[in-house]
Design a protein around this ligand. Structure first.
Ligand code: NAD
Length: 311
């Protein structure tokens, strides 16, 4: 299968590497000059769960690829998705499947501006990845990658992608309710990520504070209200808080990605997490004051650090 990875940063390189190793015809797409240069000259250096490897890979800018793809995995940050979709229109055919595993909310609606819903496969992943230097990445975990077609008639297409992910060791799993998984993952990012970024500490330390229970239930209650009213998804607040606490015990002394974004002076995805909940609640006729305040505080931190955001 001809596969493009639209956004070949941390996660994109890890997915591209695994897919190519299992025999797929993969092209990495990015616009980061030094990263493209290093991968073109030296191959991709990648460490997967502590094991180093080097793989020759095709990589170019989106406008330099001139072939229709069978499938495209989008792997920008949330705020880059629209620009990426504009720049890859020429490699999208009538049946090209777009697979979206980004964190955050509202991506299906963005993708529908560019491709028919029948060709969109939504999902979540719990693989983790990072970039150590241009052309040098690491990729960790066991997965899974949960996927579901966006219209009922396209289940076979989603199953085909699940199968490819399984064969490549990425642990693809078909989900009957990926919308629920997406909301639950958004709760993880909207609590752990946002609080660690604001309090400038690890998950372990945030979850040991005396105010953790009230912070978690205040945020999750707002996510659950929007999930129910907007998407008909039932997120049980108590069960979600219990899940978050159990997860926090497993990940422990880790700085989540939003903390790392601020530390590296990069914009965060807050507008697609707590910010999306605050915006949606207004549209739906109620308020989400905790999510609004968290979003304002993260943007204030971005301003103080001189980070340019798209807001
Ligand atoms: P990243 O910033 O490492 O990679 C994004 C890449 O996209 C960058 O290399 C950037 O240059 C490229 N890009 C952006 N816009 C582009 C454009 N218009 N044209 C060409 N290239 C473009 O991000 P990441 O960490 O891989 O995360 C991607 C998504 O996956 C995010 O939504 C993130 O929250 C989610 N996610 C990440 C992890 C992780 O551990 N890194 C885990 C789960 C989910």
């Amino acid at each position: 299968m001809k596969i493009a990875i639209a956004g070949s940063g941390a996660l994109g390189c890890g997915f591209g590497y695994h897919l190519q190793k299992s025999g797929e015809d993969v092209t990495l797409l990015d616009n980061w000059e030094q990263h493209i240069q290093n991968i073109s000259d030296n191959g991709l250096n990648i460490t997967v769960n502590g094991i180093e490897d080097n793989q020759t890979m095709k990589i170019c800018k989106p406008n330099e690829l001139n072939e229709e793809m069978d499938a495209i995995f989008v792997f920008t940050k949330s705020m880059g998705l629209k620009a990426m979709m504009k720049s890859i229109h020429h490699i999208i055919g009538e049946n090209t499947k777009i697979i979206c595993l980004l964190n955050g909310l509202g991506h299906l609606q963005t993708l529908e501006e560019f491709v028919p819903k029948k060709n969109i496969i939504m999902g979540t992943t719990v693989w983790t990845a990072g970039i150590d230097a241009p052309g040098i990445t690491h990729f960790d975990g066991q997965g899974p990658v949960e996927l579901q077609n966006s219209v009922p008639e396209e289940k076979d297409a989603a199953l085909q992608i699940v199968d490819i992910l399984k064969r490549s060791g990425l642990n693809g799993v078909y989900s009957d309710n990926v919308n629920y998984t997406t909301w639950r993952k958004a709760c993880v990012n909207g609590t752990m990520n946002a609080l660690c970024a604001l309090l400038d500490t690890t998950i372990e330390k945030v979850f040991a504070t005396s105010t953790i229970d009230s912070m978690l239930s205040a945020i999750v209650t707002e996510f659950a209200a929007v999930a129910k009213k907007q998407d008909g998804i039932k997120l049980d607040v108590e069960e979600t808080v219990t899940y978050l606490k159990a997860l926090a015990e497993k990940v422990g002394a880790h700085y989540p990605s939003m903390h790392q974004d601020l530390a590296n002076k990069r914009p965060t995805e807050i507008d697609f997490l707590n910010g999306a909940v605050a915006e949606a609640s207004k549209r739906l006729g109620f308020e989400a004051p905790n999510c609004q305040k968290i979003t304002d505080l993260i943007h204030a931190k971005e301003d103080i650090l001189g980070i340019q955001t798209a807001k």
